[in-house]
Design a protein around this ligand. Sequence first.
Ligand code: FNR
Length: 182
Amino acid sequence: VPVKVGVLVGSLSKESINRRLAKALKTLAPDNIELIDIDIADLPLYNRDADADYPQVARDFKAQLNDVDALLYVTPEYNRSIPSVLKNAIDWASRPWGQNSLGKPSATIGASMGPLSTAVAQQHLKQILVFSDAPLMGQPEGYIHFTPDLISDDGTVNNPETREFLANWINAYAEFVHKQRG
Ligand code: FNR
């Protein structure tokens, strides 16, 4: 039985390059993990007044998180940090107090056209995830410098070196997850 991995994409854009990256990772993943998309688009803005009685959409989100064994964050960089949609999802996931859903083996990866890719955003994200009790994969890092046709809409990686890099990366992640689970 493959280990279930929840995938959180930090972009709501229909043309998201990070969504394409997530699809590529799915096609390249080994058989011992199953990548499952967890949608964050319909979550309202987090407000601690909701802690006493989460809205259904947030309950569904928490249930999906609680159902997976590990988490994978595929995120853009916005203003040298993570997009607010992803931070919002993380805030929902971390609550109600005492019911944090984020403490699972995790890794971050992300794509950008910029020369630093998503390095700074991923540093911020890792800080948040350490606080959230998530064991994190340190190596290999995944800073994908995107060029217009690097990955197609369906997740096909058009550059052989990038395909090999991503295949190695997702294999290393699968190994990390299995090691963490003992
Ligand atoms: C960006 N972009 C960006 N890129 C980057 O490398 N570092 C950054 O700090 C930022 N900041 C930023 C802020 C905002 C508000 C936007 C809209 C964009 C560019 C970003 O990498 C690009 O739009 C990607 O295509 C976003 O990823 P998705 O949505 O295509 O997955």
